[in-house]
Ligand binder design. Structure first.
Ligand code: ZN
Length: 92
């Protein structure tokens, strides 16, 4: 996989994108997703690992990490399934 000069702003676990950078050039930034609460490199360093995290998170009812971000996105008609469809293909 070519990882040159890539900034990942889409959460690999939940597809959330608030322009926070989770991975820069293939390196984790330790950014915590305001939606699913995953910290880059903790739950999402492998497809198997992030599927596990995602399944657990959705199984809990997909709780938001940040109440502030939740209010903002819910007021804009947040839709979990639409967000999940945003996950890059290689991390689904
Ligand atoms: Zn997330």
């Amino acid at each position: 996989m070519d990882e040159t000069e890539t900034w990942e702003t889409v959460c690999r676990v939940c597809g959330h994108d608030d322009a926070d950078v989770f991975w820069a050039d293939g390196w984790p930034t330790a950014e915590i997703c305001s939606c699913c609460g995953n910290e880059s490199d903790v739950g999402d360093d492998s497809v198997a690992g992030l599927r596990n995290y995602r399944g657990y998170w959705v199984g809990q009812g997909a709780p938001w990490q940040s109440p502030r971000a939740e209010r903002k996105h819910r007021s804009q008609g947040w839709d979990l399934l639409r967000q999940l469809a945003n996950i890059p293909e290689q991390w689904r």
